[in-house]
Design a protein around this ligand. Structure first.
Ligand code: LMR
Length: 329
């Protein structure tokens, strides 16, 4: 793996002298944790294609999927150290650094993909990205996957009571952990790369994810049940090492932002399509039962999770962002 090559390019290039910087071949190593055939995997590849096209090959983006370069536990540190130029973690995984981003983890906050797009790509998304400033990380914006559902190894989940006593894998976000504590389940925060084997070993009983992540990682091979709940959303922060960003000639920075904008527009639609297709494939599997939670049970689940909002408000200094989102949803 050419992580060391990445470090070479982290050296500052002449910021104010565009021409000099433009003669150099620039490589961006982009690391992510999911399969290629997913909303994030496809968006990363599309971004790589567009960057190469817009910079006439001056910038090449090497995409490393499936945690092959870094995983959930070490990718943010690697980005800060400049061992990799770009990562695309879920916003939930960034909440240890940016607690306000937990607002996006609140259950039953969003109703449609359109609402999510408006929040993530509008002024609220911009405010959230600005929270990265103290970390010297360049936030390029947000991408989206879709709504999360529940899957379980043995026991079907038809109502929130069925979650009681289950060990449920979650991403590391206090709000997500609280969500499972409120229904008397035990949240277990582990890396995405370990979910399949922990399900297989029965070290966990259930997990929450989108149809595309469940299908592409083959979670259905080690579980019997899925419940369509649409209880939360899954999305991503597209992050770049700030020293590297600042080293780029301004013209190239603009080309990268153009590529980012084009990829973002494309990926919201693509994510919706992929989740629909993967949900259909999951429904067609023989040994895997896909159950849709009834509207009544969904409403009870939502009401039961109300304390998660109290928890969020008590722990977040500025809950203004939630008020702004509530004007949209
Ligand atoms: C997970 O960790 O469950 C997923 O969110 C992974 C991802 O990046 O989509």
């Amino acid at each position: 793996i050419s992580v060391q090559q990445g470090l070479l390019f982290a050296k500052p290039l002449p910021y104010d002298d565009e021409q000099k910087g433009l003669d150099t071949q620039i490589t961006i190593h982009l690391s992510h944790v999911v399969a290629e055939n997913t909303p994030k995997g496809q968006a990363a590849n599309k971004f790589a294609e567009l960057v190469e096209e817009k910079t006439n090959g001056k910038v090449k983006v090497h995409v490393y999927s499936n945690s092959s370069l870094f995983n959930d536990e070490n990718e943010f540190q690697a980005l800060q150290k400049g061992e990799v130029e770009m990562i695309i973690p879920t916003f939930s995984k960034m909440t240890a650094y940016v607690p306000n981003w937990q607002v996006l983890d609140l259950p039953f906050l969003f109703n449609t993909n359109e609402e999510v797009k408006e929040v993530l790509t509008g002024s609220i998304g911009e405010q959230l990205v600005n929270e990265l400033e103290p970390f010297h990380i360049k936030g390029l914006g947000f991408w989206y996957n879709g709504f999360k559902h529940l899957t379980s190894v043995e026991q079907p989940i038809h109502n929130f009571e069925d979650l009681q006593g289950l060990r449920v894998r979650t991403m590391p976000s206090k709000t997500l952990e609280k969500q499972f504590e409120v229904v008397k389940a035990t949240p277990i925060p582990i890396s995405f790369s370990e979910v399949f084997s922990d399900l297989e070993k029965h070290a966990i009983d259930a997990q929450e994810n989108t149809a595309s992540n469940i299908y592409s990682k083959g979670f259905y091979k080690v579980q019997k049940h899925m419940t369509i709940t649409q209880h939360g959303i899954l999305g991503y922060a597209v992050l770049m090492n700030e020293t590297f960003w600042n080293s780029l000639p301004i013209k190239i920075q603009h080309q990268l932002l153009d590529a980012m904008k084009e990829t973002t527009d494309w990926q919201f639609e693509q994510a919706e399509l992929m989740n629909e297709q993967d949900m259909d494939k999951l429904k067609q599997l023989d040994d895997f039962d896909v159950y849709t939670m009834s509207p009544q049970e969904r409403q009870r689940f939502k009401e039961q999770l109300a304390p998660v909002y109290d928890f969020y408000r008590a722990h977040i200094q500025n809950d203004q962002i939630l008020a702004e989102i509530e004007k949209i949803v």
